[in-house]
Design a protein around this ligand. Structure first.
Ligand code: GTP
Ligand code: MG
Length: 140
């Protein structure tokens, strides 16, 4: 068993899809280790997406990510990181596979409903960005 980090992004929260998305996550076998609702500052959004700082969409991405609250979560399941990326689908919703979260709820390449960590290392870094050691201690 291992962990991944996810967040339901502002568009999906604003559209009232949080419940449906969480239900599908749990039905797919992920346990919720930690969960909260947060409104990021511009600075925090920039820090979280620092790796994309030089990309042309960085400014727009930071504005989008602070446009409404997000719901960050740490999830636990065997092969969590890789399975969760498959579960949410391609970054570009037009390419997302049928049944994936992004196919169902993403509106565009940017407003794509959900995030999923791309490695075990990043899952840990991203989880710690939002949650304390104590919050991550949860026994399931
Ligand atoms: P995350 O799970 O959110 O990290 O998505 P990803 O790993 O599928 O994509 P990536 O890390 O490459 O990009 C991070 C986020 O930036 C994406 O989820 C989008 O919200 C946004 N993004 C990526 N590419 C583009 C783009 O070409 N244009 C715009 N406007 N936004 C983009
Ligand atoms: Mg990414």
């Amino acid at each position: 068993t291992n962990r991944t980090f996810t967040m339901i992004k502002p568009d999906a929260v604003a559209d009232g899809h949080s419940g449906a998305i969480i239900q599908q996550i749990e039905s797919a076998g992920y346990k919720i280790v930690a969960i909260k609702k947060v409104l990021l500052t511009k600075e925090q959004a920039g820090q979280f997406y620092a790796i994309h700082k030089e990309r042309p969409f960085f400014e727009s991405l930071c504005n989008y990510m602070t446009s409404n609250v997000i719901i960050p979560m740490v999830l636990e399941k065997g092969n969590a990181v890789q399975d969760f990326r498959t579960f949410i689908g391609s970054t570009n919703p037009e390419l997302a596979e049928a049944g994936t979260i992004r196919k169902q709820f993403a509106k565009s390449m940017e407003a794509n409903a959900i995030h999923g960590s791309d490695s075990d290392e990043n899952a840990e870094i991203e989880g710690k960005f939002f949650f304390s050691e104590k919050e991550l201690e949860q026994r399931l």
